[in-house]
Design a protein. Structure first.
Length: 275
């Protein structure tokens, strides 16, 4: 059976296409028999510094600073950041104790060469499509943050990235979970259920972290999605102190109700090959 083409939620969609996007992704996200992917819930420490980021963004940055060093010990690395944007991820990695060479690739040129908070990394930017990367030395860490859902043929890209992964290296991808559909609405092509992750990454040497829970899901829906996306007004910018207070409370409550995470972190470990 030929799968129906995915709708790009990043485009300017009419009302009918928006409804079709919501319905098609809702149906695709329903999983009757989740695969046996190794999964666990992760919540940030209580002393996490909070801005007025969305809960998903706050959890993503906290994961890089706190949890990533327990997966891949801080060291000198060759890093590839897919969909790098401004290149801010290099600063997060430096804060977590990493150093080395950082290469960012993006189809849009938003890279800020001056936005390096430390000299831990030598930074290079490639303006182009990650599908076309070639003749590069293997990378110890390949990372993407909210990028894969914006790629049309993401399965082909994931396969290609695997060829650029060093022996013993890691891929870390932050992608929207099925619960991200109602909070992000028309965002990228898709969300990633456990079934979708298993289809693209396999089940061996793959671990999935669930970020967030019911409280942060409701906070995003009520305080961000409804006023910002549907009404074009930002309550968190109008009342930042109140938003930070609610965010801290919700992240704490998520520990007790870790359902409906809005983000999945896909961690893929490459085993070292024998000499």
């Amino acid at each position: 059976m030929i799968a129906a083409p995915e709708i790009n939620g990043d485009l300017r969609l009419g009302f009918a296409d928006r409804l079709k996007y919501i319905w098609s992704n809702f149906r695709r996200n329903l999983t009757r028999r989740p695969p046996s992917v190794n999964t666990r819930s992760w919540q940030p420490p209580a002393d996490t510094n909070l801005g007025i980021f969305s809960p998903g963004r706050c959890l993503t940055e906290a994961f890089i600073k706190v949890q990533l060093p327990t997966i891949l010990p801080p060291q000198a690395l060759r890093v590839l950041d897919v969909g790098c944007g401004s290149g801010r991820t290099s600063n997060l990695l430096a804060t977590a104790g990493y150093s080395g060479h950082y290469t960012g690739v993006d189809v849009d040129d938003r890279f800020d060469a001056k936005d390096a908070s430390s000299d831990a990394f030598d930074r290079t930017f490639i303006h182009g499509d990650a599908h076309d990367l070639s003749d590069l030395d293997p990378f110890d860490l390949i990372i993407s943050i909210s990028a894969l859902e914006h790629v049309d043929n993401d399965a082909a890209l994931i396969d290609h990235l695997g060829t650029m992964q060093a022996d013993g290296g890691y891929q870390i991808h932050f992608v929207p979970a099925p619960a991200g559909l109602p909070v992000y609405l028309w965002h990228g092509f898709r969300q990633y259920s456990l079934q979708a992750i298993a289809q693209r990454f396999g089940q061996d040497d793959v671990e999935v972290y669930r970020l967030g829970g019911l409280a942060s899901f409701l906070l995003h829906l009520v305080v961000i999605t409804l006023p910002e996306i549907l009404l074009s007004t930002s309550l968190r910018k109008r009342w930042p102190a109140q938003y930070r207070f609610l965010l801290a409370k919700c992240l704490r409550w998520d520990r007790w109700i870790p359902v409906l995470p809005v983000c999945h972190v896909v961690c893929c470990h490459s085993r070292k090959t024998a000499d």
